[in-house]
Design a protein around this ligand. Structure first.
Ligand SMILES: [Zn+2]
Length: 305
């Protein structure tokens, strides 16, 4: 995710950012900005904003976010602060320099996943070990946003940004520990929102995919199938908690909005306990096998409390 962010800030800094000229006051939790004026209809912006509102209803105190919307991009991401970068259509690099296009009807589920990261971050901020990281990330995000909007940074803001960037780097080890859980939780939010266990697979699939890329997105399915968890592919942070995904798809598949709320709270509690224990033990590295076993055991325990 870090590399994606660096790439994104590089490409987005060269694009002008303007507030979306749409009457979107009814969407309290998101403010929309576009990277290309008049290229994105208000209808499409409302569509994304209503996705954020719908998901916020699964939680008591969902976070507000800024949506930076572009027509097309090879990346979507959350900056850990308050900004989500989301295109109307994803593009994927294909063989021999060709470009593949994602299904535009699936982009709202990518947004659901990115908003899921914002929720995960906010829920985690109630823990003292994370509160400082949370406030630094927010300040960085807000400052970067102001610079993008005004397009000319002051010397003072550039200096502060550089300071914050250094402090962010000092949390890299901790962030790495959190990433696998954050990816899992963001995927759970997306599949619950869409009522479809294959949502991430559908949203990220394209015809020209390599076998390795296909196996990586297949690991984000919530349908049970046999997996060799010792395979190297499961050291990747989006794929590592594949068995936990199967467990959720089988044992915690919601039938109502109330069940979504209940299960999301239960799963977060289990993840939070896992993280607190690992932080306490300074266990920054853990095999995918152990990570899955330990988390599933903990979810099971909380389910039967
Ligand atoms: Zn993610």
């Amino acid at each position: 995710m870090k590399y994606l962010l660096i790439f994104l800030s590089f490409i987005t800094s060269s694009l002008a950012l303007t507030p979306a000229d749409c009457d979107s006051e009814s969407f309290a939790l998101s403010k929309a900005y576009v990277t290309k004026e008049n290229a994105i209809s208000c209808q499409k912006i409302y569509y994304f904003q209503s996705t954020v509102e719908d998901i916020s209803e699964f939680f008591q105190d969902a976070p507000g976010v800024r949506l930076f919307i572009s027509p097309k991009s090879s990346n979507a991401s959350f900056d850990y602060g308050e900004t989500i970068y989301i295109p109307l259509q994803m593009t994927f690099p294909g063989k021999y320099g060709s470009v593949n296009y994602g299904d535009p009807t699936q982009t709202e589920y990518i947004l659901a996943h990115e908003y899921g990261h914002a929720i995960f971050t906010k829920l985690l901020s109630r823990n003292s070990f994370y509160s400082e990281v949370y406030s630094i990330d927010k300040e960085f995000s807000n400052l970067e946003f102001e610079i993008k909007l005004n397009s000319k940074p002051t010397e003072q803001s550039e200096q502060r940004l550089a300071e914050l960037s250094e402090r962010k780097k000092s949390y890299n080890k901790l962030r790495k520990l959190l990433t696998d859980y954050s990816e899992l939780y963001a995927d759970i939010i997306a599949v619950y929102y869409s009522n479809n266990k294959e949502t991430m697979l559908n949203a990220l699939y394209f015809d020209d995919m390599s076998d390795q890329s296909y196996n990586l997105v297949l690991a984000r399915s919530f349908s049970e199938r046999s997996v060799d968890i010792t395979d190297r592919i499961y050291s990747e942070e989006h794929a590592s908690l594949v068995l936990a995904r199967h467990f959720v798809g089988t044992n915690l598949w919601p039938k109502s909005k109330e069940e979504k709320q209940k299960f999301l709270s239960l799963i977060f509690k289990a993840i939070e306990e896992e993280i607190l224990e690992r932080v306490d033990r300074e266990e920054y590295k853990l095999s995918a096998k152990k990570m899955n076993e330990s988390l599933i055991k903990r979810i099971n325990k909380i389910m039967f409390l």
